[in-house]
Design a protein around this ligand. Structure first.
Ligand code: HSE
Length: 308
């Protein structure tokens, strides 16, 4: 007998990671969001009952979780209806995969609730139907790691690929309290980039991949040159230059914009260095009177998972 209700937790994600615009992302150990899905007898009906922790639309066609769930429910033949409650710890528009967590959590929960047996990569297109509503584009660099966990490469064609995680990365995520909508952050990007930058970016991505496979996390951090999107998005991020200077001065090895911002990520080699970077960034944010959240986190092997 399939359960009448299921609770799942889905991690926040760090996308692009400087070298892999729209193609590279990883799951974080925290924060995340909880989604509770209830089955009912109204076949094909998908209803968002409540959202805690964020002010987001409840209308079925306006919410990424319900759009993603509806897409999968239809493909499975609408055997039932569902109600969804969401508890968000990931702030929308913060650049750490808030919409992806909702979309991935919804399809993962439905797959479990109906015992449909789809693999995470098979759930991806349905989650992307939800993600596309939020960002206006079907990039999988947040949704794929949210579903699969770990570090994931999403090639232009074909299934997402798991990449070995740089095991010595300790991450600080700094979220200055403002919202940048992915759709808007994509509008500042150029349609074309210089050939030289594209070639160099491919070389840095190659170094990053080789370093991950060699287990050399510091070489992977060294390779994080953002030549394509970063230069155009830095002006959108409050105090980016000061944040970068302070993070690097206090022990961060590398960093950049998380997804489409405004969050930034900074890589430290140890827990202690990570705490130092976090503390220095807190002091900086207070000195410029900017509200903020700081997360000290790791790359997590786990994507969406059942918690109840
Ligand atoms: N790759 C995406 C972007 C991530 O940078 O626009 C944000 O969803």
């Amino acid at each position: 007998m399939e359960p009448a209700k299921i609770s799942v937790w889905t991690p926040a994600t760090l996308a692009n990671i400087n070298v892999g615009f729209d193609g590279l992302g990883c799951a974080l150990s925290a924060p995340g969001e909880t989604l509770i899905m209830h089955r009912n007898a109204h076949r094909g009906s998908v209803c968002i009952r409540s959202i805690e922790g964020a002010n987001l639309p409840l209308e079925t066609d306006m919410n990424v979780a319900s759009v993603a769930a509806k897409s999968l429910l239809q493909t499975l033949g609408n055997p039932c209806g569902i109600d969804i409650d969401i508890i968000k710890e990931i702030k929308p528009g913060s650049g750490i995969g808030s919409s992806a967590a909702s979309a991935a959590g919804a399809v993962f929960a439905l797959n479990e609730l109906l015992d449909a047996g789809l693999r995470p990569d098979e759930l991806l297109p349905f989650a992307l139907d939800g993600e596309a509503l939020a960002s206006g584009s079907r990039h999988a660099d947040n949704v794929a790691p949210a579903l699969m966990g770990g570090l994931v490469l999403c090639p232009p064609e074909g299934a997402p690929m798991a990449i070995p995680i740089p095991s010595d990365w300790h991450l600080v995520i700094l979220h200055p309290d403002c919202v940048i909508r992915t759709e808007e952050a994509r509008q500042v990007l150029p349609l074309e980039v210089p050939f030289r930058d594209a070639a160099d970016q491919a070389r840095w991505m190659g170094v990053f991949m080789a370093a991950c496979h060699r287990g050399d996390g510091m070489l992977a951090a060294f390779a994080l040159e953002d030549l394509l999107a970063g230069p155009f998005r830095i002006p959108l991020i409050p105090h980016f230059d000061a944040v970068r200077r302070v993070a690097l001065e206090h022990g961060a090895r590398a960093g950049g914009i998380s997804g489409s911002g405004p969050s930034t990520f900074w890589i430290a080699r140890t827990q202690e260095e990570c705490a130092q970077v976090a503390s220095a960034l807190k002091t900086l944010m207070k000195s410029v009177n900017m509200d903020f959240d700081v997360h000290q986190t790791r790359i997590s092997h786990q994507g969406s998972r059942v918690i109840q």
